[in-house]
Ligand binder design. Structure first.
Ligand code: SF4
Length: 505
């Protein structure tokens, strides 16, 4: 059907006044469009790979691992199967990957585990999605399995608690940093352990190299945290993390939700879990857990309060048709899911990989909310990117989809400054890799510093960090150049520097 110019102007007018003379049957609205002339295209034809994010693996991919070759779809979807066959040590990893990988890789992992701040824990789902023909470059292996040959020397300013959470903790397992928000950490275990965990100081049990500060996974201990929240009328927002809320028994998940919803000033709650990325089938088969979550969300909505799930996908390789079904189930039951990625070298640090992830999440109605600059955590130097790279990546991602589905790229300011837009630094020296942030809403008297990984710096910058005696000068020069010399450097690892340089801070 073609319209004359006059007819088009009549139709435009009708559109404005809501009186469009188009009749579309109720039967199949798309069929009525078949007769329509297709308007001239103003964009090039779309390429197949631009829509790849709509494809979800629906094969029995786990059967490629000999150990799971006889596992049925029903069994693999069962969260109890996933828990039971989670790999928690190298011997199991060796057993489950026998015949698939060169023994030298296992030796490499053994040596890597001696240095790693996190223990090994791999769900069958993740284990099956790793490309064992090339484990060295696989984005899931990089996240969860340390290898000795991958380690790089730590930047001298890395630490296990780079965000300084412990110093903002009024009671065990509670962090109160922002005015109206707290972070409640009811447990210290997860379904998998991420090598880069920002809470390496506490999560997942002791390793060869780290004695951890354990959180208390017991309701009687949580009461102190609840009492603190109830006593502070400014707290409207509670993040329940850990560890991983996925590991809470349904009755405990429900109890936490109900207690917090009962506190009148608590208006928003976020349950944080990497679970959907590493064991999505739990949402489909652990009915008691999923129902508990859905009930809390509904109960919150009835009271005018928001309860959502925040998850943690880092790579499109973590997403299969099981994930799609799980996210659909939550969506259809009114659960909002937002995603917080960590930017990791070799995982999601290219424009294509990040755009692909953002589109895939959006397609599943998971809102890509944050991409974090990798925290400055000990033992993770091979995974960090520079601020310069992150700013460039942000520029390329912004605009590829709707704004509400475009993640904010943030630096969690080391030492406790909270989240800062990665490009909002007050000073950045690409040679030394020092960026300086202020965080007036957290503390307007402090400066926060992020250090780029040394191997990403130009040669002259790398040379500067070789000489330990000039490190303090590099930092002081950066502060002088920032113009904020009257503010105090607030960085946990630098108290000694502060006292050494006290007159100038
Ligand atoms: S799931 Fe979260 S808390 Fe657990 S190891 Fe990974 S990053 Fe840390």
């Amino acid at each position: 059907m073609h319209y004359s110019k006059e007819e088009i102007s009549v139709i435009d007018e009708a559109r404005v006044f809501g009186d469009l003379p188009i009749s579309i049957s109720n039967k199949n609205k798309l069929e009525d469009l078949n007769d329509e002339a297709i308007p001239n295209h103003i964009k090039d034809a779309v390429q197949h790979d631009e829509l790849e994010h709509r494809e979800f693996i629906d094969t029995e991919f786990w059967k490629e691992l000999p150990v799971f070759k006889n596992v049925s779809r029903e069994e693999f979807y069962d969260f109890k199967f996933q828990n039971k066959f989670t790999v928690r040590n190298i011997a199991k990893l060796e057993e489950y990957t026998e015949g698939l990988i060169d023994p030298s890789f296992i030796e490499n992992v053994k040596r890597g585990m001696e240095k790693a701040p996190m223990n090994l824990s791999l769900s069958p789902y993740i284990l099956s999605l790793i490309n064992w023909e090339d484990p060295y470059n696989d984005p899931l292996r990089i996240q969860f399995v340390p290898i000795d040959s991958g380690f790089k020397p730590d930047h001298p300013k890395l630490s296990l608690d780079s965000l300084g959470e412990q110093q903002d903790s009024p009671v065990d397992g509670l962090v109160h940093r922002y005015f109206d928000k707290v972070l409640f950490l009811p447990l210290d275990v997860c379904s998998v352990y991420c090598r880069f965990c920002t809470r390496s100081y506490a999560i997942g049990g002791n390793t060869d190299s780290v004695d951890k500060k354990r959180f208390k996974n017991a309701p009687d201990k949580w009461k102190k945290a609840f009492a603190y929240i109830a006593s502070r009328p400014e707290i409207e927002d509670v993040v329940i993390s850990g560890g991983d809320a996925y590991m809470l028994a349904p009755s405990r998940l429900r109890m936490i939700g109900e207690v917090l919803l009962d506190i009148p000033h608590v208006r928003r709650m976020r349950f944080a879990s990497k679970g959907p990325a590493v064991m999505p089938m739990k949402i489909l088969t652990d009915n008691a857990w999923t129902e508990a979550l859905i009930d809390i969300v509904k109960s919150g909505r009835e009271r005018g309060k928001e309860v959502v799930l925040h998850t943690h996908f880092n790579s499109a390789n973590e997403i299969t048709d099981i994930t799609r079904k799980a996210m659909l189930h939550l969506f259809q039951n009114g659960v909002t899911v937002r995603n917080q990625s960590v930017l990791i070298k070799g995982v999601n640090d290219t424009i294509d990989s990040m755009i692909h992830l953002v589109r895939k999440l959006s397609y599943m109605n998971v809102q890509p909310y944050y991409v974090y600059q990798h925290d400055m955590v000990t033992g993770t130097e091979d995974m960090r990117t520079s601020v310069r790279q992150t700013v460039e990546l942000e520029k390329s991602v912004r605009g590829v989809t709707a704004g509400f589905n475009t993640p904010l790229f943030v630096t969690d300011a080391p030492g406790g400054g909270g989240k800062r837009d990665v490009h909002s630094f007050d000073y950045y020296d690409k040679v030394t890799g020092i960026s300086i942030y202020r965080s007036p809403s957290v503390d307007d008297s402090k400066l926060y510093i992020y250090f780029d990984p040394i191997d990403t710096l130009p040669i002259e910058g790398q040379k500067l960090w070789e000489d330990e005696s000039v490190h303090d000068d590099l930092i002081q020069n950066a502060i002088n150049n920032s113009g904020f010399t009257s503010l105090t450097l607030y960085y946990k690892c630098m108290y000694w520097i502060m006292s050494y340089l006290a007159p100038t801070f």
